[in-house]
Design a protein around this ligand. Sequence first.
Ligand code: PLP
Length: 226
Amino acid sequence: MLKENLYDVQRRIGEACHRAGRDPREVTLVAVSKTKPLADIEELLEAEQLEYGENYVQELCEKYEKISRPVHWHMIGHLQRNKVKYLIDKVALIHSVDSLSLAEQIEKEAAKRGRVAEILIQVNVAHEDTKYGLDPQKVTDLAEQISQLPHVKIRGLMTSAPYVSDPEENRGYFRALHQLFIDIRRKNIDNVSMDILSMGMTNDFEVAVEEGATMIRVGTAIFGER
Ligand SMILES: *Cc1c(COP(=O)(O)O)cnc(C)c1O
């Protein structure tokens, strides 16, 4: 059942790539398993789905301890500075960095452990008051500041576009974020690689893929309603 949902999402990613003339191997699917039981993840492991997104630190840590084999965990929810220490050893990528102070906390905890934490800068593309993330105009400056931190590596940008009934309404936001991603990449900032563009969820991932997403975060279409 969940595996069928996964295959269906994979097929839709393939079709969106085909429409956009892209190679489906350029797009990584993160299955967003927040609030869903570990058994659901174990089922998808049988289909070799290895990337999972979680929003809450405690839930991520519990699943990390209990899972039967290692997977790549993605922290996609808002992250408080005092929780960084619990996550730093467990996650492959933190998608939700939107301030220098959070990046500095990540630097501190990563340095203590002698590792480099990979992060994305979260952008609030539609200037929604209810959402975390940085104003698009402030992203380049923050990237330059974070690039000075030796144990934090910026891999790209992330956004959650507005919830809309017609995903076409988000196309302009995705296109603008893709352009910002390219503009920052062209600056060749030391210690910034800009190869991951994390955008697109159940409601709008096909449009996001058509507009250049290299990582999409899909929950409901795989696991069902929360
Ligand atoms: C919950 C969540 C998702 C997945 O949302 P769906 O609409 O269920 O696909 C993706 N990204 C973030 C940041 C989320 O919080």
